[in-house]
Design a binder for this molecule. Structure first.
Ligand code: FNR
Length: 340
């Protein structure tokens, strides 16, 4: 049941695609016609919490738990190793419950022994399960995903969300690696960011709407669908600004609907320190193959270098301090919510 659900998620994520309504068209970068830099001077290194990453783009959590998902994880892990990207595995709860499928996650560490790898579990996890997930793949950090709306839409999904903060706090205190709390495409508000900050979570991945849409995916999986929930969630541009009104630079990852170097650059210019991409990598891998996946990663890095040169910002930190103009719904929302 669990295993077929994972391949259904892959299938529907690809079939439904990404809406592109992640709000980044509201963000304008200001061209610098005297940039005083060269493409040779651009460094893509970045830091999230204590983790130093050679690329600001990370492969976000997707899968594991079955043979076909093992193949996906293997190809993504090889790309992560070759291109110096951090990579998260999908939720490891299936392997916690059935150790026979652990290999489909461990392949990510086998293929990339010295890379940065993130473990992944939901907020229902206990401390003991969290430690096992980290050990399973010798993870450098642990992602705890929040997916309340996805659970609510699934008839077999969770119905009670009592005690989430308490469980996350226990994990943050007792798991020996940094904990990243992430949404899966519905966004994190400044109020939620404050709650998470107060319990000691040091890194957020905002996982805003506008990309892979788990309301639409769950609705596509069954006949009596609640399609009227398909627009639920806060777009990535807005969620990023909400999170950054609480969290300092160096601790926020932008994700949700990011598909190219310009969208990544806009998120980094707003103050994200890294950008997570899931659906876009999956699409290239499954529809065009491994060579195209590697080319796509090169294009992302090359594109970022071009944009940073045109802005005269030679580091990711400098990109985060470059001027941006916030327009449209994102600007309106920030005014209404008192976010500068
Ligand atoms: C996901 N995502 C996800 N997230 C998570 O924390 N644990 C998981 O197991 C999964 N599973 C999963 C499967 C598939 C097929 C996809 C495409 C995605 C969510 C993912 O990490 C990300 O938060 C969202 O997909 C939004 O980003 P994109 O896809 O718009 O870049």
């Amino acid at each position: 049941m669990r295993i077929s659900r994972k391949m259904e998620h892959v299938h529907y994520a690809l079939e439904l695609g990404q809406s592109g309504q992640q709000g980044l068209s509201d963000i304008k970068l200001v061209h610098n016609c005297l940039p005083e830099t060269s493409t040779d001077h651009i460094a893509l290194t970045t830091q999230i919490g204590d983790l130093i990453m050679s690329s600001p783009i990370l492969i976000n959590a997707m899968t594991g738990g079955a043979q076909e998902t093992e193949n996906i994880n293997r190809e993504l892990a090889i790309m992560a190793r070759e291109k110096g990207m951090a990579m998260a595995v999908g939720s490891q709860m299936s392997a916690i419950k059935n150790s026979e499928v652990a290999s489909s996650y461990q392949v990510v560490r086998r293929e990339n022994p010295s890379g940065i790898v993130f473990a992944n579990l939901g907020s229902e996890a206990s401390v003991e399960q969290a430690v096992r997930a980290v050990d399973m793949i010798e993870a450098n950090a642990l992602q705890i995903h929040l997916n309340v709306m996805q659970e609510l839409i699934m008839p077999e999904g969770d119905r009670s969300f009592v005690g989430m903060l308490g469980r996350i706090e226990a994990i943050v205190r007792q798991v020996p690696v940094p904990v990243i709390v992430k949404e899966v495409g519905f966004g994190i508000s400044k109020d939620n960011a404050r709650q998470l900050h107060n319990i000691g979570v040091r890194v957020l991945d905002v996982g805003g709407s506008g990309g892979t849409n788990f309301a639409a995916i769950e609705n596509a999986r069954r006949p009596a669908a609640m399609d009227w929930l398909n627009d639920w969630g806060t777009p990535t541009s807005i969620s990023l600004l909400e999170a950054l009104s609480v969290y300092a630079r160096g601790s926020v990852i932008a994700s949700g609907g990011i598909t190219n170097a310009l969208e990544a650059a806009k998120a980094l210019a707003l103050g994200a320190s890294a950008v997570g991409m899931a659906g876009a990598f999956l699409k290239v891998l499954r529809s065009e193959g491994v060579d195209a996946l590697h080319q796509f990663a090169d294009e992302l890095h090359h594109g970022l270098i071009l944009i940073m040169t045109a802005l005269g910002t030679s580091t990711i930190q400098a990109l985060g301090n470059s001027p941006v103009v916030i327009t449209g719904q994102t600007a309106e929302w920030c005014r209404a919510r008192g976010i500068d």
